[in-house]
Design a protein around this ligand. Structure first.
Ligand SMILES: [Zn+2]
Length: 436
């Protein structure tokens, strides 16, 4: 039974637009031939299986789970039934299904029986090449999204009216020679053949010019996701030490050298983010769990008080630790990107705690998705979290309705608009305003 305050907030929040701090939206050519099975392949559900191109931090026993299309035995109907049974309560599935229901106006649940019918409906709609963009604007109410194309740094997918790039730093932190690749198989020395490979000062000047040009071309943030491949404790390595490691092939540097080089480059990027006046988005939590606790980042946060750190994923599963960091440091923004999909209940707990300990302008959100169906689901999940938390606060006498509505606007689009320099006005995709 919904409370009266939930019912009063519900239509207001449903109508609000969203601005996402972070997406990996697939480029136009990968949006072709979409189907229900292809949506699953490009969703977080594939992270539990051997399918998809996602990081696989899981041990081999995960091999017992399959996307329906990969189910051994070629019994497609059985594969779908088993999949729905295994993942029915998983919130990646819950919100992907809700996204699909909203876009294709489905009444009931997705089942093994209606699977093909729904899949054909999806494929039909995707014959229109702008379907995926229209869905984001119209159903998802996405006003703008910050795009992280880790396969093509600084890309806006050719759609600057909707996407603004973030500037990924990973390959520059992880690769000091063309023989050393980051987790996405990138090295600056292969992606940019002009990058100076012999002189460290020349190389740093090259990277700085690259980032300045990208910023001047419309990029609104910098991003570091190396938590998937190294610990996020970044020590204060000297430029001299990094310069000695720079340019040496993989066999001539140790694991400690590689960490030290990354330490120097991360600190160098923190300083660059301040100089370019760009918020620095950092992946914390999940990833490589042995080294992604947000507390490990505290020395770097203290070392760079003038850099605005946007700490992604609220440090999940260390949200309480993230709350402590947000309480103590004014140069930290907690970004709940991805959390409502990972665990809707944890997102409710997390948002409550962050509202307790920080200011109304210091909480952000993003979808962190590859497809419009998952992006619509992510926006619905976040709206559900915001409505649940704010209406409970009204019921407890912590907020009145006017305050709750103002907060909802901040959490859904105004905070990200302020932080990344977008206009908060405007409606859906076709009315999206130019960057200011
Ligand atoms: Zn992401």
């Amino acid at each position: 039974m919904q409370s009266k305050s939930y019912s009063m907030l519900d239509p207001f929040v449903d109508e609000l637009p969203v601005i996402s701090s972070h997406e990996h939206h697939l480029p136009d050519d990968l949006q072709k031939d979409m189907s229900l099975d292809k949506l699953l392949y490009h969703s977080y559900l594939s992270w539990y299986t051997d399918s998809g191109n996602s990081p696989k931090p899981y041990p081999d026993y995960r091999k017992k789970y399959h996307l329906p299309q990969d189910h051994p035995g070629n019994n497609t109907a059985l594969g779908r039934e088993i999949f729905l049974d295994q993942f029915g309560s998983n919130t990646y599935w819950v919100w992907l299904e809700k996204g699909i229901q909203a876009i294709y106006r489905l009444e009931g649940k997705i089942s093994a029986e209606n699977w093909d019918e729904i899949s054909h409906k999806i494929s039909d709609c995707y014959k229109d090449p702008v379907h995926h963009l229209r869905v984001l604007g119209e159903t998802g109410r996405y006003l703008r999204a910050i795009q992280d194309s880790y396969w093509n740094y600084a890309s806006d997918l050719g759609h600057p009216e909707l996407f603004s790039p973030t500037l990924r730093t990973d390959m520059f932190i992880m690769s000091s020679h063309e023989s050393i690749l980051d987790a996405d198989q990138n090295s600056p020395f292969t992606v940019y053949p002009d990058a100076p490979g012999n002189n460290f000062d020349d190389y740093l000047a090259f990277v700085r010019a690259l980032f300045e040009n990208w910023r001047n071309g419309g990029a609104v943030a910098m991003k570091c996701a190396v938590a998937y491949e190294r610990l996020i404790q970044f020590n204060n390595a000297s430029k001299k030490r990094a310069g000695e490691i720079f340019g040496k092939p993989v066999g001539q540097i140790s694991a400690q050298d590689r960490l030290a080089y990354g330490d120097f480059m991360f600190n160098w990027f923190c300083a660059l983010a301040k100089q370019l006046d760009l918020p620095f988005q950092i992946h914390t939590g999940l990833g490589d769990l042995s080294g992604s606790n947000p507390m490990l980042l505290v020395p770097a946060i203290e070392r760079h008080p003038g850099t605005r750190f946007v700490l992604f994923h609220a440090g999940f599963p260390w949200q309480a630790k993230m709350a402590g960091i947000a309480h103590n440091y004014r140069n930290v923004i907690v970004d709940m990107v991805w959390v409502p999909l990972i665990s809707t209940s944890a997102a409710i707990t997390g948002l409550n705690t962050f509202l307790d300990v920080t200011t109304s302008d210091a909480i952000g959100w993003g979808g962190d998705t590859w497809t419009s169906e998952e992006a619509v689901g992510a926006a619905l999940a976040w709206k559900h979290v915001v409505k649940t938390v704010l209406s409970e606060r009204i019921d407890r006498g912590f907020l009145d309705l006017r305050q709750a509505r103002n907060l909802a606007e901040r959490l859904l689009f105004k905070n990200n608009a302020e932080l990344y320099g977008f206009s908060p006005s405007g409606g859906n995709l076709t009315q999206a305003p130019p960057l200011i």
